[in-house]
Design a protein around this ligand. Structure first.
Ligand code: M6R
Length: 368
């Protein structure tokens, strides 16, 4: 069943190109982005003036990633909220608010309650869900299904990548409805998304290198993760994977925050994973991260750098270099997350833990 793998998670990591392709399939037709179920009028979609993404855990991280794309494409403010916080703080919602509820299971209690609260306040709710007919999509005004297939491992992998892709489709659907992108631009963005399964397939060639690295750092006390821009939520996701699977202290930071506290944590030999933006993207982001890495390396950190292939500037600062294919900046999380999933799984396995069923966790959290 595990397709010859030691654990399901590795099988599911390798299924990610397919999960992405299946999630995108059929959503661009006749020159338009199409949702699965739309019980909101086109006019209502056009009138949206604010977006909230509500979710928990990895699904929340997929929303943090999507914020960069949706704001950029749609010129709409996007807030990303932990579902468990959302309804207790009296968020400002009305009929021009679109609440995007992201949930693999579609049954997460906090996310479901956030959906109910949003609808009571007359907001429109769009569900991004991996489970056909689950409660969250049933109670929503629109639905976009991710087609990652059943995810057995408690740690989300292929569902997370599929959530990012689906959230991006939501962004493109909004840009199309609002006219902030011309039809040919929407088509181009969709084509870029369609090229991602091949890019993820390529990044899977790093699995052996990353597993080997995982075995070598498995006895570390803690691991830190740093990123900027879309690399920041990737850092959060990498840390979550490591906490839940390897029971290790792991934290993700925005690299710009280093000097505001976290740099005090750096000590000799501490592994720090850095998610580098493309050197061909925004040069300022790249050069700031290079200087962050040199600072932490100078303080003794063991730097593990995820960088675009051919990024030579970063090489001198990388104790370990994991190369990922060149892709557009906004889509980089779809490739940069993959080595972090493998790293967490392999560290957990080396420490003797059950990668598919980590302690104290359930696949679907149906109590608040
Ligand atoms: O089913 P959901 O997407 O609503 O689940 C949300 C979280 O419970 C889930 O992503 C959790 O954080 C995973 N174990 C992370 O790997």
């Amino acid at each position: 069943e595990k397709g010859g793998h030691e654990y399901f998670m590795l099988k599911e990591i390798e299924e990610q190109p397919e999960a992405l392709a299946n999630t995108l399939r059929g959503h661009f037709d006749g020159g338009r982005i199409i949702l699965d179920e739309q019980r909101i009028s086109d006019q209502d979609l056009r009138d949206v003036d604010k977006v909230f993404v509500v979710a928990c855990g990895s699904a929340y991280h997929s929303g943090l990633v999507a914020k960069y794309a949706i704001e950029h494409w749609c010129r709409l403010p996007v807030e990303v909220e932990l579902a468990s916080e959302f309804r207790y703080r009296d968020p400002v919602l009305d009929r021009a608010t679109l609440v995007v509820a992201v949930s693999q299971s579609g049954e997460t209690a906090d996310t479901l309650e956030a959906v109910r609260h949003a609808r009571e306040q007359k907001a429109r709710v769009l569900a991004v869900c991996n489970t056909n007919g689950a409660q969250i999509p049933r109670e929503s005004d629109a639905v976009l299904y991710t087609h990652a297939g059943p995810e057995i491992g408690v740690a989300s992998t292929k569902a997370f990548l599929a959530q990012i892709a689906a959230n991006y489709l939501v962004g493109l659907a909004l840009a199309q409805a609002r006219g902030t992108k011309y039809p040919d631009e929407v088509a181009r963005e969709f084509a870029e998304l369609e090229s991602m399964p091949a890019a993820v397939q390529k990044v899977l060639s790093t699995v052996d290198q990353v597993r080997d690295l995982g075995r070598r750092i498995a006895d570390s006390k803690a691991v830190l993760f740093l990123g900027r821009h879309v690399g920041f939520p990737v850092a959060l996701e990498g840390a979550l994977k490591l906490k839940e699977l390897a029971y290790m202290h792991a934290e993700g930071f925005a690299a710009g925050e280093l000097k505001h506290g976290p740099i005090a944590l750096i000590e000799e030999g501490l592994p720090v994973v850095v998610v580098m933006p493309s050197p061909k993207g925004r040069a300022v982001l790249h050069s700031k991260l290079v200087s962050n890495i040199s600072e932490i390396q100078a303080r003794g950190a063991r730097t593990i750098v995820i960088a675009e292939e051919g990024d030579e500037t970063v090489r001198p600062f990388a104790d370990e270099l994991i190369e990922i294919p060149a892709v557009p900046t906004l889509l980089q999380p779809l490739v940069s997350t993959v080595p972090l999933q493998v790293l967490a799984a392999e560290i957990a396995r080396t420490r003797g833990y059950d990668v598919d069923k980590p302690r104290n966790l359930a696949k679907s959290v149906t109590v608040e």
